[in-house]
Design a protein around this ligand. Structure first.
Ligand code: HAM
Length: 421
């Protein structure tokens, strides 16, 4: 019969790769704990309206990339393309702000965007997502970015560039919008069809268009950082100052607009040459109007999401990484020995030792081969003769030294394995 393969842009992360994912997750959870960031787990499916309103109707994500379907209950549902809108929905829905308006939340999981798959870009990808709610102080922006850089640094990543911009607020953005429209109106014929439409709906998106002619046209356009209001300017300057205090270096990228509409003021991305064209490993920013836009009180927020898949692809392959291999292999010959091995395996596992055996009762040589393949530190050999004597040979696979142990004395066997750990 014909094979059934996975869906384009959706991939399996195989057992050889998962230890790296686990290692990163352990590290980030430790850091989140130290920074007082709590985990929130949110559903993959949400009402489509959440993303339309949260991310913005005239963004690429909402216009072209969402996995949306009409549910049997006649309701439009969407597989989340990002986590921020969902986290804020949960924050509002459960009135978390009543207990404490200040919340620091993280979530890790798959996101779905129907983009064109290529290196570093998938249709199901994973994000490590953080949101800080209820704090407007610019030092928070710096603290968040500094934590992020610290984490990436701890993982040994190099050549990271933190790019920052300010996207202004509701006070200064409308005037800037008009400026851009004015500039582009005269050059409309140079824009792609999408951007001509965006000129009426969401002109700032044109900064993000990949079309060469649009890029050339927008290159001469005014940039928002030159037009932000006094308060936004002050916020931006304080963020830059605070980053300096924390010893985090960054560059201002006046052309960065980010692909989601909820951002206000601080916007940032971390890029690296190691990722080539898809070079952002992290994106984030402040979204002071989002909680209100989604039906909650006026509470500010800032957050980021790390592209987990991209992050993993940047990590070096560590040799001898623990892939969850058993520590001890029990090579048992003959029915009786196999029976003893079966229950001993269980006892060892309960004692916290990884144990494995071979049920096929093959020759000692092939069982030892398997023990080697699994990378076991020890093998317990129970032959027919040993069984009669009530003993087994505990072999250290590194130095080949063997000692005779009492087969009933599981504690002693455990001790023998542990002594080399
Ligand atoms: P974003 O920039 O759309 O932001 O995504 C963040 C990161 O997710 C990107 O920098 C990239 O590493 C990764 N990413 C995005 N799309 C793909 C893809 N198709 N394949 C692989 N990786 C991808 C957000 O999603 C915002 N919610 C971040 C945020 C949180 N802002 C505030 N809070």
């Amino acid at each position: 019969m014909a094979k059934i393969t996975s869906v384009r842009g959706f991939r399996d992360i195989l057992p050889d790769e998962t230890p790296k994912w686990q290692r990163v997750e352990e590290k980030i959870r430790e850091i989140f704990f130290n920074f007082g960031i709590q985990e929130i787990r949110i559903p993959i499916l949400e009402k489509t309206e959440l993303f339309k309103r949260g991310i913005g109707e005239a963004t690429d994500i909402v216009e072209k990339e969402m996995y949306t379907f009409l549910d049997r209950g006649n309701e439009y549902l969407t597989m989340r393309p990002e986590a921020t809108a969902s986290v804020i929905r949960a924050y509002i829905e459960h009135h978390l702000y009543e207990k404490d308006p200040v919340a620091k939340l993280f979530t890790i999981g798959p996101m779905f965007r129907r983009e064109r798959p290529q290196k570093g870009r998938f249709r199901q990808f994973h994000q490590i997502n953080v949101e800080f709610l209820g704090q407007e102080d610019p030092r928070i922006d710096a603290e968040l970015m500094s934590m992020l850089m610290y984490f990436l640094d701890e993982l040994g990543l190099e050549e990271l560039k933190l790019e920052i911009n300010s996207l202004g607020c509701d006070t200064c953005r409308p005037a800037f919008r008009e400026k851009v429209i004015g500039f582009l109106k005269d050059r409309e014929d140079k824009l792609c069809e999408d951007c001509r439409r965006r000129l009426g709906t969401n002109p700032l998106r044109i900064f993000d268009c990949k079309n060469e002619s649009c890029q050339e046209t927008i290159a001469g356009a005014p940039v928002i950082l030159d037009f932000i209001c006094g308060e936004c300017r002050e916020h931006f300057e304080k963020v830059m100052e605070s980053l300096e205090i924390l010893g985090v270096s960054s560059v201002i990228n006046k052309r960065m607009v980010r692909g989601l509409d909820y951002y206000t003021r601080t916007a940032f991305e971390i890029t690296t040459q190691a990722l080539g064209a898809q070079n952002a490993v992290t994106g984030g920013g402040r979204y002071d109007g989002l909680v209100q836009m989604l039906g909650g009180p006026a509470i500010s927020g800032i957050g980021f999401a790390i592209g987990f898949d991209r992050l993993i692809s940047m990590l070096p392959d560590t040799e001898g990484e623990d892939t969850g291999r058993p520590n001890i292999f029990i090579a048992a010959l003959g029915d009786e020995a196999q029976g003893r091995a079966f229950s001993l395996c269980n006892t060892l596992r309960h004692a916290g030792i990884r144990a494995e055996m071979d049920f096929s009762d093959r020759s000692l040589k092939s069982q030892m081969k398997r023990a080697n393949k699994l990378g076991c530190s020890h093998t317990l050999i129970i032959g027919e003769k040993e069984m009669e004597e009530g003993t087994a040979q505990l072999r250290d696979m590194k130095d080949g030294v063997q000692e005779s142990v009492d087969i009933q004395d599981a504690d002693n066997i455990i001790k023998g394995v542990r002594s080399k750990e």
